[in-house]
Write a protein that binds this ligand. Structure first.
Ligand code: SF4
Length: 325
């Protein structure tokens, strides 16, 4: 899964859940101080009427959202517009990435009714575009590929006009899983590289950089109609040249859309923020990425994989048609 996590506002929110064993594998790690956020990282408050409606629909359908689980800084803005990103296959992840706030451990069995509930919620929210992600399910033979396909089918049945974007795990060592998901024909296939290769051992130890890259390349080989998308966090100690190399790697895999956002540390047990990257550096990354040939680039401190995903999908579609955007 590809989630950038955050304390909504480090000064106002209590350090997340350190009394609850959300991440037992991190309990022995030394505390890392949480740096104060710079002025350029500001988020919209929660509590608007739209936010309340989204929250009610999510609760009524017993759905899990990555917006809440990852403590996404954009939840006030997105939920006000009824944009929520659904997290399927439970709230417990079998990986233990150093940046992610999603609970880790052994997940329960899949909920066979979940695809129908997601379809129903998408129809009730009246979404023109929906993003569905999941926890990693290394415990399942197919990594959850069949469930992903069932969710896509259920959304198509309940809300045929809605376009579907998926943000998947890497399906490492799950033969045939990717093919099964691609056959369900999502409109956008997103898989985040998360960081540059030199940081994988400390940031994303359960994953393999070249496997993730190859996964994205294979999506295009299997179905050239599907838009591909990937994202990274910056501020984890990566070098500028490493980011530029990663862009080249993604273009070699024919990835269409790149997102770059600032990493924010969820708790004292997570990877520290090594740097707050200033907005002008994001603008420079965006310009370089366009020059390297991406059809669409979103790079800013609060960019997240699913932020403005609907509008961005329309821009991607327009570009493919050859329209100016
Ligand atoms: S950016 Fe994505 S994860 Fe964050 S609140 Fe918006 S939809 Fe949810």
């Amino acid at each position: 899964m590809a989630v950038v996590i955050d304390l909504l506002n480090g000064d106002q929110r209590k350090i997340a859940d350190e009394s609850r064993p959300r991440h037992p594998e991190k309990a022995h790690r030394p505390d890392q101080p949480i740096a104060r956020k710079p002025d350029w990282i500001r988020v919209r408050a929660q509590g608007s009427a739209g936010w309340a409606q989204t929250s009610a629909i999510v609760k009524a359908n017993k759905l899990v959202t990555v917006c809440e689980e990852a403590r996404c800084p954009n939840i006030g803005e997105c939920w006000e517009k009824k944009h929520a990103t659904f997290m399927i296959m439970g709230d417990t992840c079998t990986r233990a990435c150093a940046f992610c706030n999603v609970k880790t451990g052994l997940p329960g069995p899949l909920d066979a009714d979940e695809p129908a509930h997601i379809g129903e919620a998408v129809a009730k929210l009246g979404l023109s575009h929906v993003v569905v992600t999941s926890v990693d399910r290394d415990d399942l033979d197919d990594g959850g590929a069949a469930h992903f396909a069932a969710v896509i089918a259920a959304i198509r049945a309940a809300s045929p006009a809605t376009t579907v974007e998926i943000l998947t795990p890497d399906f490492l060592r799950k033969a045939g899983a990717l093919e099964r998901v691609v056959a369900a024909k999502p409109d956008v296939f997103n898989h985040n590289l998360e960081t540059v290769p030199s940081k994988y051992l400390t940031v994303r130890p359960g994953a393999r950089y070249f496997h993730s890259l190859r996964l994205l390349q294979k999506v295009k080989e299997l179905d050239g109609e599907i838009f591909t998308k990937s994202g990274i966090m910056v501020g984890l100690g990566e070098e500028r040249n490493e980011v530029l190399q990663l862009m080249d790697d993604l273009r070699s895999a024919e990835v269409d859309f790149l997102t770059i956002g600032q990493y924010l540390q969820p708790t004292r047990k997570h990877h520290p923020v090594e740097a707050f990257i200033p907005p002008e550096t994001f603008r420079a990354y965006e310009a370089i990425a366009y020059a390297k040939g991406f059809a669409l680039v979103s790079a800013s401190p609060l960019t997240r994989s699913s932020h403005h995903a609907g509008e961005d999908f329309e821009r991607l579609r327009a570009k493919r048609r050859g329209a100016r955007v």
